[in-house]
Design a protein around this ligand. Structure first.
Ligand code: AVJ
Length: 322
Protein backbone atom coordinates (compact mmCIF):
# COMPACT_ATOMS: atom_id res chain seq x y z
CA UNK A 1 0.00 0.00 0.00
CA UNK A 2 1.49 3.31 -1.12
CA UNK A 3 1.36 6.41 1.02
CA UNK A 4 0.66 9.33 -1.29
CA UNK A 5 -0.94 12.49 -0.10
CA UNK A 6 -1.32 15.81 -1.95
CA UNK A 7 -2.07 19.04 -0.07
CA UNK A 8 -3.19 22.11 -1.96
CA UNK A 9 -2.04 25.31 -0.33
CA UNK A 10 -3.67 27.53 -2.86
CA UNK A 11 -6.91 27.50 -4.75
CA UNK A 12 -7.19 28.28 -8.42
CA UNK A 13 -8.99 31.50 -7.38
CA UNK A 14 -5.83 32.56 -5.46
CA UNK A 15 -3.80 31.75 -8.51
CA UNK A 16 -6.04 33.79 -10.81
CA UNK A 17 -5.86 36.71 -8.42
CA UNK A 18 -2.09 36.61 -8.36
CA UNK A 19 -1.86 36.24 -12.13
CA UNK A 20 -4.19 39.22 -12.52
CA UNK A 21 -1.96 41.32 -10.24
CA UNK A 22 1.24 40.25 -11.99
CA UNK A 23 -0.26 40.97 -15.40
CA UNK A 24 -1.61 44.39 -14.42
CA UNK A 25 1.68 45.36 -12.83
CA UNK A 26 3.97 43.84 -15.45
CA UNK A 27 2.15 44.88 -18.58
CA UNK A 28 1.44 48.43 -17.49
CA UNK A 29 5.10 49.04 -16.63
CA UNK A 30 7.22 51.22 -18.90
CA UNK A 31 9.34 48.17 -19.73
CA UNK A 32 6.87 45.34 -19.96
CA UNK A 33 7.53 42.14 -18.04
CA UNK A 34 5.82 39.00 -16.83
CA UNK A 35 7.07 36.66 -14.08
CA UNK A 36 8.51 33.40 -15.41
CA UNK A 37 6.37 31.21 -13.17
CA UNK A 38 3.33 31.67 -15.44
CA UNK A 39 4.80 29.46 -18.16
CA UNK A 40 3.94 26.35 -16.25
CA UNK A 41 0.40 25.26 -16.94
CA UNK A 42 0.04 21.63 -18.04
CA UNK A 43 1.21 22.44 -21.57
CA UNK A 44 4.07 24.64 -20.36
CA UNK A 45 5.30 21.92 -18.02
CA UNK A 46 5.19 19.46 -20.89
CA UNK A 47 7.09 21.87 -23.17
CA UNK A 48 9.69 22.37 -20.46
CA UNK A 49 10.15 18.60 -20.23
CA UNK A 50 10.77 18.59 -23.99
CA UNK A 51 13.32 21.40 -23.58
CA UNK A 52 15.30 19.28 -21.12
CA UNK A 53 15.83 16.68 -23.86
CA UNK A 54 17.04 19.18 -26.51
CA UNK A 55 20.66 18.90 -27.67
CA UNK A 56 21.23 22.62 -26.92
CA UNK A 57 19.77 22.55 -23.42
CA UNK A 58 22.66 21.15 -21.38
CA UNK A 59 21.69 22.16 -17.77
CA UNK A 60 19.43 19.18 -17.08
CA UNK A 61 22.00 16.63 -18.27
CA UNK A 62 24.89 18.38 -16.53
CA UNK A 63 23.01 18.53 -13.24
CA UNK A 64 21.90 14.92 -13.53
CA UNK A 65 25.54 13.90 -14.07
CA UNK A 66 26.45 15.58 -10.77
CA UNK A 67 23.52 14.13 -8.84
CA UNK A 68 24.18 10.59 -10.06
CA UNK A 69 27.85 10.91 -9.22
CA UNK A 70 27.36 12.52 -5.80
CA UNK A 71 24.10 11.10 -4.47
CA UNK A 72 25.85 8.83 -1.99
CA UNK A 73 28.11 11.63 -0.81
CA UNK A 74 25.02 13.81 -0.33
CA UNK A 75 23.30 11.06 1.64
CA UNK A 76 26.36 10.44 3.79
CA UNK A 77 26.88 14.16 4.50
CA UNK A 78 23.26 14.85 5.43
CA UNK A 79 21.73 11.65 6.88
CA UNK A 80 18.48 13.12 5.54
CA UNK A 81 15.22 11.54 6.70
CA UNK A 82 13.06 13.80 4.56
CA UNK A 83 13.76 14.98 1.03
CA UNK A 84 11.87 18.20 0.23
CA UNK A 85 11.96 19.24 -3.41
CA UNK A 86 10.93 22.80 -4.25
CA UNK A 87 9.61 23.33 -7.79
CA UNK A 88 9.67 19.58 -8.28
CA UNK A 89 8.13 19.44 -11.78
CA UNK A 90 8.41 15.89 -13.06
CA UNK A 91 10.94 14.98 -10.30
CA UNK A 92 13.08 13.11 -12.83
CA UNK A 93 16.48 14.04 -11.38
CA UNK A 94 15.20 13.47 -7.89
CA UNK A 95 15.41 9.76 -8.52
CA UNK A 96 19.18 9.94 -8.54
CA UNK A 97 19.05 11.54 -5.10
CA UNK A 98 16.46 9.14 -3.75
CA UNK A 99 18.58 6.21 -4.95
CA UNK A 100 21.56 7.50 -2.99
CA UNK A 101 19.51 8.27 0.10
CA UNK A 102 17.85 4.88 -0.04
CA UNK A 103 21.14 3.07 -0.27
CA UNK A 104 22.31 5.08 2.71
CA UNK A 105 19.14 3.97 4.50
CA UNK A 106 17.99 7.17 6.24
CA UNK A 107 15.23 8.57 4.00
CA UNK A 108 11.60 7.96 4.96
CA UNK A 109 9.66 10.73 3.29
CA UNK A 110 9.59 12.66 0.03
CA UNK A 111 7.89 16.08 -0.08
CA UNK A 112 7.66 17.43 -3.64
CA UNK A 113 6.28 20.95 -4.05
CA UNK A 114 5.18 22.57 -7.30
CA UNK A 115 2.76 25.18 -8.65
CA UNK A 116 1.54 22.76 -11.31
CA UNK A 117 -0.94 20.31 -9.75
CA UNK A 118 -0.92 18.08 -12.82
CA UNK A 119 2.86 17.69 -12.95
CA UNK A 120 3.08 17.26 -9.18
CA UNK A 121 0.41 14.58 -8.88
CA UNK A 122 1.84 12.50 -11.71
CA UNK A 123 5.34 12.77 -10.27
CA UNK A 124 4.23 11.92 -6.72
CA UNK A 125 2.42 8.82 -7.89
CA UNK A 126 5.27 7.64 -10.09
CA UNK A 127 7.82 8.07 -7.30
CA UNK A 128 5.60 6.32 -4.75
CA UNK A 129 5.15 3.38 -7.12
CA UNK A 130 8.88 3.04 -7.70
CA UNK A 131 10.01 3.54 -4.08
CA UNK A 132 7.96 1.20 -1.91
CA UNK A 133 7.84 2.22 1.73
CA UNK A 134 8.60 5.87 0.98
CA UNK A 135 5.90 8.27 2.21
CA UNK A 136 5.15 10.84 -0.50
CA UNK A 137 3.54 14.08 0.62
CA UNK A 138 3.04 16.48 -2.28
CA UNK A 139 2.37 20.18 -1.76
CA UNK A 140 0.73 22.22 -4.50
CA UNK A 141 1.65 25.84 -4.01
CA UNK A 142 4.02 28.66 -4.75
CA UNK A 143 7.36 28.06 -3.08
CA UNK A 144 7.95 31.79 -2.76
CA UNK A 145 4.94 32.10 -0.48
CA UNK A 146 4.12 28.85 1.28
CA UNK A 147 7.37 28.02 3.02
CA UNK A 148 5.88 28.78 6.42
CA UNK A 149 5.51 25.17 7.44
CA UNK A 150 7.80 22.59 6.03
CA UNK A 151 6.61 19.06 6.74
CA UNK A 152 8.80 16.05 7.41
CA UNK A 153 10.97 14.41 10.02
CA UNK A 154 14.38 15.99 10.64
CA UNK A 155 16.98 16.24 9.40
CA UNK A 156 15.47 17.49 6.17
CA UNK A 157 17.26 18.06 2.91
CA UNK A 158 15.61 20.80 0.86
CA UNK A 159 16.57 20.64 -2.80
CA UNK A 160 16.03 23.34 -5.37
CA UNK A 161 17.31 22.05 -8.66
CA UNK A 162 17.57 22.90 -12.32
CA UNK A 163 18.94 26.38 -11.84
CA UNK A 164 15.44 27.68 -11.14
CA UNK A 165 16.89 30.02 -8.52
CA UNK A 166 18.20 31.94 -11.54
CA UNK A 167 14.63 32.96 -12.37
CA UNK A 168 14.66 35.30 -9.36
CA UNK A 169 16.16 38.76 -9.51
CA UNK A 170 19.04 39.23 -7.03
CA UNK A 171 16.90 40.80 -4.29
CA UNK A 172 14.22 38.11 -4.67
CA UNK A 173 16.95 35.49 -4.51
CA UNK A 174 18.24 36.82 -1.21
CA UNK A 175 14.73 36.86 0.21
CA UNK A 176 14.02 33.35 -1.02
CA UNK A 177 17.24 31.88 0.40
CA UNK A 178 16.56 33.60 3.69
CA UNK A 179 13.03 32.18 3.80
CA UNK A 180 14.39 28.67 3.20
CA UNK A 181 16.93 29.19 5.96
CA UNK A 182 14.20 30.39 8.28
CA UNK A 183 12.14 27.19 7.98
CA UNK A 184 15.14 24.96 8.65
CA UNK A 185 16.70 24.10 11.99
CA UNK A 186 20.46 24.44 12.41
CA UNK A 187 22.10 21.35 10.93
CA UNK A 188 19.48 20.82 8.21
CA UNK A 189 20.42 21.10 4.55
CA UNK A 190 19.93 22.88 1.25
CA UNK A 191 21.03 21.38 -2.07
CA UNK A 192 21.02 24.08 -4.73
CA UNK A 193 21.50 23.75 -8.50
CA UNK A 194 22.94 26.74 -10.36
CA UNK A 195 23.75 27.10 -14.03
CA UNK A 196 27.19 28.65 -14.48
CA UNK A 197 28.50 31.59 -16.49
CA UNK A 198 30.01 30.37 -19.76
CA UNK A 199 30.46 31.54 -23.32
CA UNK A 200 27.40 33.51 -24.43
CA UNK A 201 26.93 31.49 -27.65
CA UNK A 202 26.37 28.28 -25.71
CA UNK A 203 24.04 30.08 -23.34
CA UNK A 204 21.95 31.75 -26.03
CA UNK A 205 21.66 28.51 -28.00
CA UNK A 206 20.32 26.76 -24.90
CA UNK A 207 17.47 29.31 -24.88
CA UNK A 208 16.93 29.50 -28.63
CA UNK A 209 16.98 25.95 -29.95
CA UNK A 210 16.84 24.89 -33.61
CA UNK A 211 13.60 22.95 -33.21
CA UNK A 212 11.83 26.00 -31.75
CA UNK A 213 10.60 24.26 -28.59
CA UNK A 214 11.82 27.09 -26.36
CA UNK A 215 10.06 29.60 -28.62
CA UNK A 216 6.85 27.64 -28.16
CA UNK A 217 7.44 27.46 -24.41
CA UNK A 218 7.97 31.23 -24.31
CA UNK A 219 4.80 31.94 -26.30
CA UNK A 220 2.88 29.58 -24.02
CA UNK A 221 2.66 32.34 -21.43
CA UNK A 222 0.35 34.13 -23.90
CA UNK A 223 -1.82 31.03 -24.09
CA UNK A 224 -2.00 31.11 -20.29
CA UNK A 225 -3.21 34.74 -20.43
CA UNK A 226 -5.79 33.77 -23.03
CA UNK A 227 -6.99 30.77 -21.06
CA UNK A 228 -7.08 32.25 -17.56
CA UNK A 229 -7.80 35.92 -18.23
CA UNK A 230 -9.56 35.80 -21.60
CA UNK A 231 -6.79 37.77 -23.36
CA UNK A 232 -7.49 38.10 -27.10
CA UNK A 233 -3.84 37.56 -27.95
CA UNK A 234 -2.51 35.57 -30.89
CA UNK A 235 0.83 34.00 -29.92
CA UNK A 236 1.82 34.13 -33.61
CA UNK A 237 1.97 37.94 -33.30
CA UNK A 238 5.09 37.62 -31.13
CA UNK A 239 8.65 36.51 -31.89
CA UNK A 240 10.77 34.61 -29.41
CA UNK A 241 13.93 36.44 -28.27
CA UNK A 242 16.78 35.06 -26.11
CA UNK A 243 19.55 37.51 -25.16
CA UNK A 244 22.62 37.42 -22.91
CA UNK A 245 22.89 40.35 -20.50
CA UNK A 246 26.63 40.51 -19.81
CA UNK A 247 26.29 43.14 -17.11
CA UNK A 248 23.89 41.14 -14.96
CA UNK A 249 25.14 37.76 -16.17
CA UNK A 250 21.70 36.49 -17.02
CA UNK A 251 19.77 35.26 -20.03
CA UNK A 252 16.59 37.12 -20.82
CA UNK A 253 13.73 35.63 -22.74
CA UNK A 254 11.42 38.13 -24.32
CA UNK A 255 8.43 38.20 -26.63
CA UNK A 256 8.66 40.84 -29.38
CA UNK A 257 5.54 42.20 -31.06
CA UNK A 258 5.72 41.67 -34.82
CA UNK A 259 3.42 44.62 -35.50
CA UNK A 260 1.48 47.32 -33.67
CA UNK A 261 -1.02 45.53 -31.46
CA UNK A 262 -3.71 46.13 -28.90
CA UNK A 263 -4.36 43.20 -26.56
CA UNK A 264 -7.50 43.15 -24.45
CA UNK A 265 -7.25 41.25 -21.18
CA UNK A 266 -10.75 41.33 -19.64
CA UNK A 267 -9.78 39.09 -16.70
CA UNK A 268 -7.24 41.71 -15.64
CA UNK A 269 -9.44 44.63 -16.68
CA UNK A 270 -6.63 45.82 -18.92
CA UNK A 271 -5.94 46.87 -22.47
CA UNK A 272 -2.31 46.81 -23.52
CA UNK A 273 -0.78 48.44 -26.59
CA UNK A 274 2.41 47.19 -28.19
CA UNK A 275 4.38 49.11 -30.78
CA UNK A 276 5.89 46.95 -33.51
CA UNK A 277 9.19 45.60 -32.14
CA UNK A 278 8.28 46.26 -28.52
CA UNK A 279 9.30 43.50 -26.13
CA UNK A 280 7.94 41.90 -22.97
CA UNK A 281 10.52 40.29 -20.70
CA UNK A 282 9.16 36.87 -19.81
CA UNK A 283 12.12 35.31 -17.99
CA UNK A 284 15.42 36.08 -16.39
CA UNK A 285 17.70 33.06 -16.02
CA UNK A 286 20.76 34.11 -14.05
CA UNK A 287 24.07 32.30 -14.40
CA UNK A 288 26.42 31.95 -11.46
CA UNK A 289 30.02 31.63 -10.28
CA UNK A 290 31.16 29.60 -7.28
CA UNK A 291 32.19 32.66 -5.27
CA UNK A 292 28.90 34.38 -5.85
CA UNK A 293 26.92 31.34 -4.77
CA UNK A 294 29.04 30.98 -1.64
CA UNK A 295 28.48 34.62 -0.73
CA UNK A 296 24.74 34.56 -1.39
CA UNK A 297 24.38 31.41 0.72
CA UNK A 298 26.44 32.90 3.53
CA UNK A 299 24.35 36.09 3.44
CA UNK A 300 21.26 33.92 3.96
CA UNK A 301 22.80 32.04 6.89
CA UNK A 302 24.03 28.92 5.09
CA UNK A 303 27.54 27.47 5.09
CA UNK A 304 28.60 26.01 1.75
CA UNK A 305 30.00 22.56 2.62
CA UNK A 306 30.35 21.02 -0.86
CA UNK A 307 30.56 22.45 -4.35
CA UNK A 308 30.38 20.08 -7.30
CA UNK A 309 30.34 20.68 -11.05
CA UNK A 310 29.90 18.39 -14.05
CA UNK A 311 33.04 17.35 -15.97
CA UNK A 312 32.71 20.35 -18.31
CA UNK A 313 32.04 22.81 -15.45
CA UNK A 314 28.80 23.97 -17.03
CA UNK A 315 26.62 23.55 -13.94
CA UNK A 316 27.18 23.75 -10.17
CA UNK A 317 25.52 21.94 -7.28
CA UNK A 318 25.99 23.30 -3.75
CA UNK A 319 25.36 21.47 -0.51
CA UNK A 320 24.87 24.03 2.24
CA UNK A 321 24.22 23.62 5.95
CA UNK A 322 21.76 25.72 7.89
C1 AVJ B 1 13.41 25.61 -15.26
C2 AVJ B 1 13.90 27.84 -14.72
C3 AVJ B 1 15.65 26.25 -14.80
O1 AVJ B 1 15.81 28.99 -16.64
O2 AVJ B 1 16.78 27.40 -17.72
C4 AVJ B 1 14.24 26.68 -19.99
C5 AVJ B 1 13.45 27.40 -17.64
N1 AVJ B 1 13.50 28.68 -19.77
N2 AVJ B 1 14.32 27.30 -21.18
C6 AVJ B 1 15.83 27.84 -17.10
C7 AVJ B 1 13.73 27.57 -19.09
C8 AVJ B 1 13.86 28.48 -21.04
C9 AVJ B 1 14.63 26.91 -16.89
N3 AVJ B 1 14.38 26.68 -15.43
Amino acid sequence: MQHVRIDTHRSSADTDEQLRRDVREGLSAERKRLPAKWFYDARGSELFDRITALPEYYPTRAEREILVRESQAIAAATDARTLVELGAGSSEKTRALLDGLRRHGTVREFVPQDVSASALTAAAEAIAADYPGLDVHGVVGDFTENLGVLPGTRPRLVVFLGGTIGNFLPAERAKFLRSVRDVLAPGEWLLLGTDLVKDPRTLVRAYDDEAGVTAEFNRNVLAVLAERLGADVDPADFDHVAAWDAEHEWIEMRLRARRDLVVRIPGADLEVSFAAGEEVRTEVSAKFREDGVRTELADAGFALEHWWTDAEARFGVSLAKA
